[in-house]
Design a binder for this molecule. Structure first.
Ligand code: NAI
Ligand code: MG
Length: 333
């Protein structure tokens, strides 16, 4: 029996998490669910985006599946976005965001890339100051965080095609981005001689991801670059409605779709649950349920091939209809 903490969060999280739960229940894997609160509406009620009870539920679970969390673009006193709060408090330092060609219209061919994004520092330490009409933000890069994320990338590469690109901007930021680059390259060369390591400047990487996505295997980079490039990668392979991710630390694992709370479509039952369902596949793999994960991924691919489709991928189906179709396809074996 695996203990799963579900955190629907905000917006379409409230729609895609129940849909993914139904799919998980239909797989027959023995799962014991608890539900916990976090996000913007939780902040409104309790004055914190992630209550201690939720942190404890995540700690007590074998894995957590989160929906999406709203963060307003204005500074709100005492507020930290829920997912950033969890990543930092639980030291979920590795954000894995795979992008792979799927059988769906508009998808680039030949994409099979794993983004390994550093999740705890970079520009996202959220240290900002305002001096009148000038605003300044700090960037933190540490050798220890750069080393451990490089190790995750190298381990991922070992299970794939054996190539890591370290993505950086050391030509403009030689002290911060340079420390990340040098540390990551060093640790992979020293500890993973079987893994090939190259480096690429982030802007060139963005262009090459579109022009020659097949030239990449694993990317490892700092927080902001990883955030932006992983949305780009999602765009190559069907969009945010299909993109999964995992936040991994040494003790906890929080799985979440790449997308946010999508206020433009929230509450209408039209969000694509596939991102959360394939995120569940990553979670099942993490729990050692490899066979179920592969069968569920295959069921999703069959539905993507033959329909129904939600609106974001060119159809008219709603969230529940899409989940039902995945459950039916899973039942075909
Ligand atoms: P978003 O990912 O919520 O939406 C971007 C666009 O993609 C929207 O047009 C939306 O309708 C569409 N979309 C996203 N997921 C979809 C799905 N499953 N099915 C169909 N269409 C989908 O990003 P946005 O609009 O920039 O941010 C909205 C809120 O979400 C903000 O408060 C932001 O801070 C938060 N956010 C939270 C994240 C998280 O919880 N990890 C990640 C990104 C944004
Ligand atoms: Mg993002």
């Amino acid at each position: 029996m695996h203990k799963i903490c579900l955190i629907p969060g905000d917006g379409i999280g409230l729609e895609v998490i129940p849909a993914a739960r139904r799919v998980l229940e239909a797989t027959g894997v023995a799962l014991d669910f608890v539900t916990a609160d976090a996000g913007w509406s939780t902040f409104g009620r309790l004055g914190t985006s992630v209550p201690d009870a939720t942190l404890n539920a995540v700690r007590a679970a074998d894995a957590t599946l989160a929906g999406a969390f709203t963060s307003p673009s204005a500074k709100i006193a005492g507020f930290t976005g829920a997912i950033r709060h969890m990543r930092r408090t639980l030291d979920l330092y590795a954000n894995l965001r795979p992008a792979k060609t799927r059988p769906v219209a508009g998808c680039f061919a030949g994409v099979d890339i794993m983004m390994v994004r550093e999740n705890t520092e970079g520009l996202y330490v959220e240290v900002e100051r305002r001096y009148g009409d000038i605003a300044i933000a700090d960037v933190k890069i540490s050798r220890s965080a750069s080393e451990r994320i490089a190790r995750v990338a190298a381990q991922q590469a070992r299970g794939r095609r054996g190539l890591v690109h370290v993505v950086h901007k050391a030509n403009v930021l030689p002290i911060t981005s340079g420390l990340f680059l040098d540390t990551a390259v060093d640790v992979i060369r020293r500890e993973y001689p079987d893994v090939e390591v190259r480096d690429i400047i982030v802007d060139a990487c963005a262009m090459k991801l579109v022009r020659e996505p097949g030239s990449f295997d694993v990317l490892v980079t700092t927080n902001l670059f990883g955030d932006i490039l992983s949305d780009l990668m999602a765009g190559l392979v069907g969009g945010l409605g299909l993109a999964p991710s995992a936040n991994l630390g040494d003790h906890q694992a929080v799985f979440e779709p790449v997308h946010g709370s999508a206020p433009d479509i929230a509450g209408r039952g039209v969000a694509n649950p596939v991102a959360t369902i394939v995120t569940s596949c990553l979670m099942l793999d993490h729990l050692g349920e490899h066979e179920t994960a592969a069968r569920l991924q295959a069921a999703v691919d069959r539905v993507l091939e033959r329909g129904p489709h939600t609106r974001d991928i060119g159809g008219t189906a709603g969230t529940e209809e899409m989940a039902d179709a995945v459950i039916a396809a899973y039942g075909e074996g």
